[in-house]
Structures are given as C-alpha cells and as structure tokens.
Design a protein around this ligand. Structure first.
Ligand SMILES: [Zn+2]
Length: 188
C-alpha cells in the first residue's frame, strides 16, 4: 500500500464513526413532530387577505418594543397591515454606508413582494448603535443629529424610490418618578 492509499484508508476509517454518530443523533420526522411544540395565535382573517403597502423600520431596542407596537397598531392604525424591519440602529443603518446596501436589499424585497408605497421610520434617542446619548455631548446635539439623520434617510429612500411616502418619527424614553413613558415626535 503506497502512502496515498494508506492515507485514504485511514481517513475513510476515521470518518466512519463520525458519520454514524451524526446519523444516530439526528431525530426522525415522527420524533420531531412529537418533540416540537406548535403554538397558535389568533389573527384577523380579513387582515390576512388584504394587501400591505406600508413598511415600518425600527430599532430592536427592547425598551421601545411594546410602545412601538401600540403606536403602530393603535395611533397610526396600521394593525395587521404593515411589514416590519427591526434592525439595531434603524436609521443609522441607512446613514452608515457599510450597512446601507443590506437595508436596501431587505427593503427591495418588501417592495417587490408587497408593493410598498409608504415607509415609516422610527428612530430613537439613546440608541446603542450611535453609542448612546452621552456620545453627543448634549441633548440638543443628539436631537439635531438624529433629526438630520432621519431626514437624510428619507432623502436616500426617495432618491431610490421617488414615489414613496416617508414618515419620520423620533421617540424618547421619559421618566416620571417610577413611571417610564415613550414619547413620539413627528419629524418634518
Ligand atoms: Zn437603537
């Protein structure tokens, strides 16, 4: 047996237990159906038949998640009628050239699938993607930067999709004693 054949023989031999053990640990379909758990939630049957023409872009920040749902579903009246991209930093990803194309590619998919006509971008203060409020030096500087970035994000979207309506909101977390409140401000 020459050296190549020896190597091949031992390689194949050593790989056998590996493949065997992988096969043994992979559950069969009936096992998967037993082990996995299905959880059903109710949806409005009418809503799921309608087209969706709005896309909402928010940050992932958990502090704003519940307020965002309430604002989008209730205040804006978009319940069951919007696509949602939740991405760390929301507008920062459009401003930042490194991540802009990623967000645009996801956006293009929503436009293609659902013929999106309106985009709602919700940015927020104290965003981790920017490094939080302290990096701005002052509340006014943070406000000015975030407003400018929201407006720039709208310009970038309209540059690519001229017929799009883009609404901008800036949200902030306000503490009143023990209570925390999320305030939304429309940016023009
Ligand atoms: Zn954020």
């Amino acid at each position: 047996m020459n050296i190549y054949r020896k190597w091949l023989f031992f390689s194949l031999l050593s790989s056998v237990p590996f493949f065997t053990s992988c096969d043994r640990t992979k559950p069969s379909l009936p096992d998967l159906l037993v082990v996995n758990q299905q959880i059903a939630t109710a949806t409005d049957p009418e809503a799921t038949n309608n087209d969706c023409d709005t896309l909402v872009i928010t940050c992932i920040d958990y502090r704003f998640a519940a307020a965002n749902q309430e604002f989008i579903n209730g205040t804006l009246g978009l319940k069951d009628n919007y696509d949602h991209i939740s991405i760390p930093g929301s507008i920062y990803n459009l401003i930042n050239q490194e991540t802009r194309s990623l967000l645009f590619s996801k956006f293009a998919l929503a436009v293609r699938l659902h013929l999106i006509k309106r985009v709602i971008i919700i940015g927020h203060k104290d965003c981790g993607a920017y490094g939080g409020s302290p990096v701005f030096g002052s509340e006014i500087a943070e406000y000015e930067t975030l407003c400018a970035d929201l407006i720039k994000a709208r310009e970038l979207l309209i540059e690519k999709y001229p017929t799009l309506d883009v609404d901008l909101f800036l949200e902030s977390l306000n503490h009143d004693g023990d209570k925390a409140k999320v305030l939304f401000e429309k940016i023009y």
